[in-house]
Ligand binder design. Structure first.
Ligand code: CJB
Length: 793
């Protein structure tokens, strides 16, 4: 899309939109489609971002500020137009503009494709961080991959998950600036040669990494950073010889092979080829980013020894962990720095965030794979490993062991700070996966509890609540979220509570209408209970659905009883190769089918599972939620961030002592949080008991009855893999936590009956969740890890 429109000083937003419609899109208002309007608006908004964006870059140069580089395989940015409009304070003007033309501004904004360049929490955290880094004025770049296809689109067929490719780039969008001049040649394979006193890697295959930039504007447009995504291109676009010989497919092969690298988010890594591609993706974007970082440094400075004082590089999980060895290679092999000094400089720059203790998620690559793709890096890792062994003769951790290159320990040894994402998770990191490395490097691990951006997750997503808050305490909360504390006394103010409850009710009506459009009628006065996140055994959606079945059975026993009507909402995708998770999805849909069509109970209990959960759907569900399900097996959820979004939007949590739930409960108060389940330590002990699941089932007749119903075919299939798992090994302790979960769920219902008191608790959740702003998290990283200072334009 060519932008031919030059904004003139004094031009109103309305003029700018109309100008773009005419001159950039070649349409007049009478014939404009929703997409035309959306593009015209986007371009008009984009024009207003460019100046602050340039000014931020200039300010960083002028002040020789330290820059932060956030390397992440995922940026789950979702839609950008509404975010940018809200941050520029232009929402009212935009709404008025479309009102005047009998169009709905929100509908226009919702025409934007939802950029799903991430899988879940890790990618969404990266997106919140980009916004917060701009809001607090931290000079920063996000670096990632410009996937042609983001996370697959989910649909249900007969209750089963179907996957279709996502295609965001085929739809018009306004945010990218292609930078053909910023291209780097990235190599793979080949040989390592020693030429004189230099070691030279001569790759056999190369691809080009081409940059695409998106501006990321902070609150009130005070600062804007860049998200730079790399797209893979072939060096030879076309093999003319093969084409001339009649081999038309073969002629296009080099291009197809190169482009595969940035084609899709997270290819299936269950096959060797899949693993190879995944490692290629990781090296591709990491290497391009590092070259870009060093190029920018060299433009300004000529002394490599000051690199760590000017450059902070954060590794978002182990995916970019090859950055350590690659930075050493660049500094030593290419810039001529002494090897040990290169290692020190690299470590001075690098920080590593761990996001999970699940052993299967800590990446490792076979030595053969590493040797065939990155032979020089393997040598460098061996040398760093040897130095580490020499410095710590009693060490038990190795960087290369069991035939694999261990990316977790590599990230740890190559970083000056390693952080966990909640207090509990950081503690467990020290005690479990990184116990040995923590012993050797006792001050390296720090905690930075996750956060979320209030601009998107309250101000934009929940305008009713935002308006109420601003009326009550002014708008200072938007970039100083702890100001929400001023709402605390209003929890006891009946009028405020009524207004707060009215905002929630209106959000529920919106959601009820949305579900209605999808064919499910729900009562907006029912209790809205929501569990939205990736489908995973440790997140225990199956615990929730078992509880739902048990509840349905009790209601059916006594349909005239005094029940709290409720809607159980599920949302989330399962990895395409994760058979058990897909079975959980199938079970939820099968249960929904039966329960929703049961004439005895359907006025009291409904199960909703809207397909294709994504950022946009989250923005719809969270403001309408009253109950937030955070029920992972304790010790397994590193932090969670959905839990924070719900609490802030006034949903009460039913949850375990896991991840950031612990901190949420401490802050909102134990009385305003529905706790259940074993602690992380108790879970570990419980697993030692023989037949712990069978014993738990024997003591929980409701669970037994629910499992029997499944096994007897009440929901069509018999779902043997699920019932056998829960009654067998039950690693995630669904059976053992069931009874207490049931108890907490009933406590919730009792509490819900007293609406005034419920709203009081909800207000307290909002008032006391201000600490979970990602602005606070970013300031923590800046002071504890990056040593970076906020600048202003
Ligand atoms: N997480 O989304 C992912 N993907 C991974 O591969 C590993 C972890 C999640 O990261 C979030 C952000 O830190 C956490 O809140 C969440 O608990 C964790 O599962």
């Amino acid at each position: 899309m060519k932008d031919v429109h030059v904004p003139r000083p004094g031009e109103t937003l309305s003029d700018a939109i109309l100008q773009h419609l005419k001159y950039s899109l070649g349409k007049d208002a009478a014939h404009a489609t929703t997409t035309d309007w959306r593009m015209a608006l986007s371009l008009a908004i984009r024009d207003r971002i460019v100046d602050p964006w340039f000014a931020s870059t200039r300010a960083t140069y002028a002040k020789q500020g330290k820059r932060v580089y956030y390397l992440s395989m995922e940026f789950l940015i979702g839609r950008l137009l509404e975010d940018a409009t809200v941050n520029l304070g232009l929402m009212d003007e935009v709404a008025e503009f479309f009102d005047d033309r009998s169009l709905d501004a929100r509908m226009v904004m919702q025409d934007e494709p939802d950029a799903a360049l991430g899988n879940g929490g890790l990618g969404r955290l990266a997106a919140c961080f980009l916004e917060s880094m701009s809001t607090v004025g931290c000079p920063a770049y996000g670096y990632g991959i410009r996937y042609e296809h983001g996370l697959f689109k989910q649909s249900f067929e007969g209750g089963r998950q179907m996957e279709a490719p996502e295609d965001w780039l085929t739809e018009a969008h306004a945010w990218e600036f292609e930078r053909p001049e910023s291209s780097y040649r990235i190599g793979f394979g080949g040989a390592v040669k020693v030429l004189g006193n230099r070691t030279v890697w001569q790759p056999e295959e190369t691809v080009l990494a081409r940059a695409y930039d998106m501006p990321m504007i902070g609150w009130q447009g005070r600062w804007a950073n860049t998200l730079r995504l790399w797209s893979a291109r072939p060096e030879t676009v076309f093999d003319l010889d093969r084409f001339n010989a009649g081999d038309y497919y073969g002629a296009a092969e080099p291009e197809a092979l190169a482009r595969t690298i940035s084609r899709v988010l997270y290819p299936d890594d269950t096959t060797e080829e899949g693993k190879r591609l995944r490692l290629k993706q990781e090296f591709f974007f990491t290497a391009a980013s590092l070259r870009d970082i060093l190029r920018r440094f060299e433009d300004e400075y000529d002394d490599w020894s000051i690199l760590p004082s000017k450059v902070a590089i954060q590794l978002n999980d182990t995916h970019p962990a090859i950055a350590g060895p690659e930075l050493v290679r660049l500094l030593h092999d290419e810039k001529g720095m002494d090897f040990d000094a290169a290692v020190e400089a690299a470590r001075g720059c690098l920080g590593y965030t761990n996001h999970t203790l699940l052993p299967e998620a800590l990446e490792r690559w076979s030595i053969e794979l590493m040797r065939s793709l990155l032979p020089r890096h393997l040598q460098i890792i061996e040398r760093i490993d040897a130095a580490h062994a020499a410095a710590h003769p009693d060490r038990k951790v190795v960087l290369i062991g069991d035939g694999d290159v261990q990316m977790g320990p590599i990230a740890f040894t190559m970083a000056h700070r390693v952080n966990g994402v909640s207090a509990l998770h950081t503690g467990l990191m020290k005690e479990t996966v990184f116990a040995e490395l923590n012993r050797l490097h006792p001050n390296r691990i720090v905690n930075e509890t996750n956060g979320i951006t209030p601009r998107r997750w309250v101000l934009a997503a929940n305008p009713r609540l935002s308006g109420l808050i601003t009326e009550a305490i002014g708008d200072g909360w938007v970039d100083d979220l702890e100001e929400l504390m001023q709402l605390e006394p209003m929890a006891d103010d009946a009028q405020f509570r009524d207004e707060y409850a009215a905002a929630k009710r209106a959000n529920k009506v919106d959601l009820a209408n949305y579900l209605g459009q999808q064919g499910l009628a729900v009562d907006p006065d029912a209790m809205f209970d929501v569990q939205i996140k990736r489908i995973h055994e440790y997140k225990r959606q199956h615990l929730n659905i078992l509880q739902t079945i048990a509840l349905w059975q009790e209601i059916k026993d006594d349909p005239k009883g005094d029940w709290v009507p409720q809607v159980k909402v599920f949302g989330g995708k399962a990895a395409p190769g994760y058979v058990f998770a897909k079975e959980i999805i199938f079970l939820i849909n099968a249960v929904a089918e039966v329960i929703n069509n049961d004439p005895d109970t359907s006025h009291l209990l409904k199960v909703a599972y809207p397909a294709n959960y994504n950022v946009t759907l989250a923005e719809r569900l969270i403001p309408a939620a009253e109950v937030s399900q955070q029920i992972s097996t304790a010790g397994k959820e590193a932090s969670g961030t959905g839990n924070m979004k719900f609490a802030l939007n006034g949903a009460l949590t039913i949850g375990t002592l896991d991840g950031a739930n612990v901190e949420i409960r401490e802050l909102v108060g134990a009385d305003n949080f529905f706790l259940f389940g074993m602690t992380a330590q108790e879970v570990v002990a419980r697993r030692q008991i023989d037949d712990h699941a069978a014993k738990a089932i024997a003591e929980a007749p409701r669970l037994k009855r629910a499992m029997d119903a499944i096994a007897s075919g009440t929901f069509g299939e018999r779902f043997a893999s699920i019932t056998e798992n829960v009654s067998g090994d039950d690693y995630f302790c669904v059976a053992s936590d069931f009874a207490d979960y049931w108890r907490a769920s009933r406590d919730l219902e009792v509490a819900y009956r007293d609406q005034a008191d419920w709203t009081r608790m909800a207000v307290l959740n909002t008032a006391r969740s201000g600490w979970f702003s990602s602005d606070r998290t970013i300031r923590g990283y800046m002071s504890d890890i990056w040593g970076a200072e906020a600048l202003s334009v």
